[in-house]
Write a protein that binds this ligand. Structure first.
Ligand code: GDP
Length: 444
């Protein structure tokens, strides 16, 4: 996960100040010194760090902290707000043209993730916003680029406009726009050519495309792993093209995070999306506040909800609620739930989004072991249909058979049965509380 080093250092710095009933100037001095070092080490632009520290210092010794009842926590709030503002504060939305189609031009160096991100964006627009995008293959120089976009289009079932590698990219863009209008697409996403380095020919071509299609958004795709270089590339592209936003890719890697923290401050252009993996659904709207919370270990509930909303369908959620209420939740439902949780991505990533979860000792090892899930699945799959519906049937010989069938032990089977029963009890309790029933006494 990106920012790991930075997050660790900042969290240990914040821990020292959390409980303080009084925050002296010396405390602030020490805290800002450590924050400064942590940011520089995470490869945040030097000038950006200097300005940020100045603001934090001013606010941390100011009235809002001194007069607060919990000065330690107030300081942390200041740091979080400043980090969030640094990354753009508000989450930036994607443009919607007054008259469709909305045109999005994608630019970036080769290998930054432009083609992949074009596909991810099409997927996002369709799945999340119910739009009908047209992908346009205008990278005629990298031989595989068109094929790659066409493959992505097929995977997503999104149409791809292409005229092969012999056509001129400016003509491709113009014709694609015409077709999009005729076919009533509401978004056009143009995947342009990249180069290994910023160069004059590339910029001239992009400027021509821009002049012809008059884009509503010009997104620069940059690779977060390239650190300060990502910021320099963003600056040059912005000078030439006047970007509307940046998509930062490969934030799933162990990047130090400097690019994410510097781009907005240096270029004035917001990061609109973050690429979190190679798969086509691994694109997240970039939320500065959530990111700041995550870095400071305060969790990121909004992203978690977002993930759940995209992966769990409403009908299933309703059915589940009904089952919980009527206590008819079975091992089959349990299996289905596990499938849905798995779709949301690695458990560890999910845990990082829950406030305070990273501080719970033992949780990491005890429950995050994905291997355990494999065993749980195997155990349930070794049960008969009746056993899954009614765990009350379970006796010693059945347990032995299940353990054998799933390659586990009777004690593992027992543990799962116990957990399942406890979960059921908890569900009952939760749902009866929601209904305003007998609080805490709803157990049977
Ligand atoms: P382009 O030359 O800019 O079009 O780059 P591509 O879209 O071909 O991507 C280059 C490589 O980066 C591919 O192997 C992608 O799978 C990978 N990639 C793109 N975005 C991400 C991301 O967010 N995370 C990770 N881990 N890999 C990515």
């Amino acid at each position: 996960m990106a920012f790991e080093g930075l997050a660790e250092r900042l969290q240990s710095t914040m821990k020292k100040i959390t409980g303080k009933g009084k925050v002296s100037e010396q405390d602030v001095k020490e805290m800002t010194r450590e924050v400064r070092l942590a940011l520089l080490e995470a490869d945040v632009n030097f000038k950006v760090v200097k300005d940020l520290i100045k603001r934090i210092k001013e606010r941390a010794v100011g009235q809002e902290v001194m007069e607060s009842l919990t000065p330690g926590q107030q300081v942390i709030k200041v740091v979080k707000e400043e980090l969030s503002d640094l990354m753009g504060g508000e989450q930036s939305k994607i443009a919607v043209a007054d008259r469709p189609p909305t045109v999005i031009m994608m630019a970036g160096l080769q290998g930054a993730g432009k083609t992949t991100t074009s596909g991810k964006l099409a997927n996002h627009l369709r799945k999340k916003h119910n739009r009908s995008p047209l992908l346009v293959a205008a990278d005629v120089y990298r031989p595989a680029a068109i094929d790659q976009l066409e493959t992505v289009g097929q995977q997503l079932d999104v149409p791809v406009f292409s005229k092969g590698t012999d056509a001129n990219p400016v003509d491709i863009a113009r014709d694609a726009l015409e077709q999009a209008k005729e076919e009533h697409h509401d978004y056009v996403i143009i995947d342009t050519a990249g180069r290994l380095h910023v160069d004059g020919d590339l910029m001239a071509e992009l400027e021509q495309i821009k002049a012809v299609v008059d884009p509503d958004e010009i997104f620069l795709v940059v690779d977060a792993m390239t650190g300060q270089d990502a910021v320099n590339v963003a600056e040059s592209f912005n000078e030439q093209l006047e970007l509307s936003g940046v998509v930062l890719t490969k934030l799933d890697g162990d990047t130090r995070g400097g690019a994410a923290l510097s781009i907005k401050a240096v270029t004035g252009k917001p990061i609109k999306f973050a690429g979190m993996g190679e798969k086509l659904d691994q694109l997240e709207p970039f939320r500065p506040e959530s990111m700041a919370s995550r870095i400071l270990g305060m969790g990121d509930v909004l992203s978690l909800i977002d993930k759940a909303e995209t992966n769990v369908n409403e009908k299933q959620a309703k059915e589940l609620e009904e089952k919980m209420r009527t206590m008819s939740f079975t091992f089959d439902d349990f299996l289905e739930q596990m499938g849905q949780v798995k779709k949301m991505g690695p458990l560890e990533d999910l845990m990082n989004m829950i406030p305070g979860a990273n501080k719970m000792k033992g949780l990491k090892n005890a429950q995050l072991d994905e291997k355990q899930l494999v065993y749980v699945e195997a155990i349930i799959q070794s049960m008969t249909k009746d056993e899954r519906q009614d765990p009350g049937l379970m006796n010693a010989s059945r347990k032995k058979r299940i353990a054998k069938g799933s390659g586990t032990s009777v004690s593992q089977v027992n543990r799962l049965l116990k957990q399942f029963n406890e979960m059921k009890k908890m569900m009952k309790q939760m749902t009866s509380m929601q209904k305003g029933g007998k609080k805490g006494k709803g157990m049977n």
